[in-house]
Design a protein around this ligand. Structure first.
Ligand code: FNR
Length: 363
């Protein structure tokens, strides 16, 4: 590997896949399994990646497009590129700097960071660390007072939106963690939930998560905060319509990176039907298996306004801390620019189903 790089030569790694391999070597097998694993037989986890692998993009020539413009405007804010960092718990598990480093890197890249309820750093520390656009991912606990206080603190710290995760009334059975008897190491926890024992994420979720939530939770969240509310974990057009009726400000098409219902569809498979149901009434984001810039373009082509990256950000953080996250985001942006140029896509607004092969187009 060319770690330092000669002058004028871009140092390795060159791809997110290389970062994943370096992270695997750097982390303990149990930690690697916790991050990489999915629920059950990991069919949905595999389907996410396979769906992106299967998409064919149609090259166009002599389009005069020039250097593409990656910028997007979502919920009234400009993003440098149509992707953001997905909420992922416990960044401090892979690097002591945790979410503070991730926030600095996303701030420099000009893309948002969705901070997990289970962040390893406090909201205040994360907000102080950078100028990044921050959103809070919300799990609704049985004890609503706990959730309410998280939301209020994040709002005070300058967070700009809430992302309510609705696909995890209980955690999926993650067999790798069961077999490893996975526990978070001492010192790694949920900095914004002081006093809660989260060392076994599965046990904590079983005790603390409200497993009987219904659509009224959206109204409740609105009643405790004035921030826009996005809903994360929608996989059907019916639920997308319900979400719109409930007044959400955005929808994240997600299967939790294959960590919840094993056998659920790949997100890219259901994205077109959800985008059609939403019909631009609110932004539609998607995550699960995005590993290259061209995957972001495929998501845009099939109806997303932006994509989120989960595990690859942890890989970058594990290997090179803040600069690793920065490099991961830079690689995706560079690959996206390449794919846009070679498909004659001058701006994000120009992405559409014409970019993908006939077999991948929505009916
Ligand atoms: C997650 N994800 C997640 N989602 C969420 O809403 N709150 C959370 O705290 C977490 N924590 C978490 C931890 C780890 C280790 C992983 C891998 C994932 C799910 C995450 O937001 C996202 O949906 C997926 O990670 C996206 O898939 P990829 O990009 O990892 O394939």
């Amino acid at each position: 590997m060319n770690a330092e790089g000669a002058p004028g030569i871009v140092p390795a790694p060159y791809t997110l896949a290389e970062y994943a391999e370096l992270a695997r070597a750097a982390l303990s097998p149990e930690t690697w399994d916790f991050i990489e694993g999915g629920a059950g037989q990991e069919r949905t986890l595999a389907a996410n990646g396979a769906a992106f692998d299967g998409v064919r993009l149609r090259p166009r020539v002599l389009t005069g497009a020039g250097r593409p413009d990656l910028a997007v405007r979502i919920l009234g804010r400009d993003w440098a590129a149509p992707f953001a960092v997905a909420p992922v718990a416990h960044h401090t598990l892979v690097h002591e700097t945790g979410e503070a480093a991730t926030a600095r890197a996303t701030g420099r890249a000009g893309v948002p960071l969705v901070v997990s309820t289970f962040a390893g750093r406090t909201f205040e520390e994360i907000a102080e660390a950078s100028s990044a656009l921050l959103w809070l991912q919300v799990y609704c606990f049985r004890d609503r007072a706990v959730t309410r206080s998280l939301v209020e603190r994040a709002e005070r710290a300058g967070f700009e939106a809430l992302v309510l995760t609705v696909d995890a009334p209980r955690l999926g059975r993650r067999l790798r963690d069961l077999r490893n008897g996975f526990r978070l190491p001492p010192g790694v926890g949920a900095a914004n939930l002081p006093g809660e024992n989260v060392s076994s994420p599965a046990d904590h979720a079983l005790a603390a998560f409200d497993d009987s939530l219904d659509w009224s939770v959206v109204d409740w969240l609105r009643s405790v905060s004035s921030l826009p509310v996005l809903i994360k974990g929608v996989l059907t057009a019916d639920d997308a319509r319900r979400a719109l009726a409930a007044g959400v400000d955005g929808i994240v098409v997600s299967n939790h990176g294959g960590r919840q219902l094993d056998g659920a569809p790949a997100t890219l498979e259901v994205l077109p039907e959800i985008a059609a149901a939403v019909d631009h009434a609110c932004p539609v984001l998607v995550d699960g298996g995005v590993r290259r810039g061209r995957d972001v373009l495929a998501a845009l082509a099939l109806g997303a306004d932006a994509a989120l990256l989960g595990r690859p950000v942890l890989h970058g953080l594990a290997v090179h801390g803040e600069s690793g996250v920065g490099r991961v985001l830079e690689i995706v942006a560079e690959e996206l620019a390449e794919a846009m140029t070679l498909t004659g896509t001058a701006s994000v607004a120009q992405a559409g189903p014409h970019l993908v092969g006939a077999a991948d187009r929505p009916a």
